[in-house]
Write a protein that binds this ligand. Structure first.
Ligand SMILES: Cc1cc2nc3c(=O)[nH]c(=O)nc-3n(C[C@H](O)[C@H](O)[C@H](O)COP(=O)(O)O)c2cc1C
Length: 129
């Protein structure tokens, strides 16, 4: 049984802004997610982070524990946690290339008040440029 989890959090310092922080996060994510059969997409926008991930329950739970302990972001809140019949995310990890366009298309005004429905809608446009 596969599950999907989507969370939002707030970046600490240069997380997601500097190339180096991004490279560190993506490097670990690529390796770990491949190992664990997790697919994921992450978005960084003006200090806000939204990440969706899909995989087996135990693997997602272990990842969530690492994410909760990661001081590069804070205020993590789970928006969606649901069983799924098939994946929407094809890659071990991908980064949304144009968060502003994505949010505009969905009509999100405030990421800090992102709803579960809006978070799910973001998956449809995950690679929107
Ligand atoms: C915004 C953000 C997204 C992350 N996404 C993932 C991820 O998808 N997979 C992952 O394994 N680690 C991810 N991490 C890193 C984890 O919090 C943790 O540092 C890492 O899994 C530890 O891996 P290691 O035990 O191989 O060093 C992310 C961290 C941040 C700040």
């Amino acid at each position: 049984m596969l599950h999907r989890v989507i969370y939002a959090s707030e970046a600490v310092g240069a997380t997601g802004v500097s190339t180096l922080t991004l490279a560190h996060i993506l490097g670990a994510s690529e390796a770990n997610n491949r190992r664990d059969g997790i697919t994921a997409a992450v978005m960084f926008h003006r200090g806000h982070i939204v990440q969706a991930m899909e995989g087996r329950r135990a693997d997602l739970d272990r990842l969530m524990l690492r994410l909760l302990a990661d001081r590069r972001h804070t205020g993590l809140r789970v928006l969606v946690d649901t069983p799924i019949s098939s994946r929407m995310l094809p890659d071990a990890i991908s980064v949304c290339p144009d968060p502003r366009a994505l949010l505009e298309r969905i009509g999100v005004v405030e990421i800090s008040r992102l709803t579960a429905n809006e978070a799910e809608a973001m998956l449809d446009f995950k690679y929107a440029a």
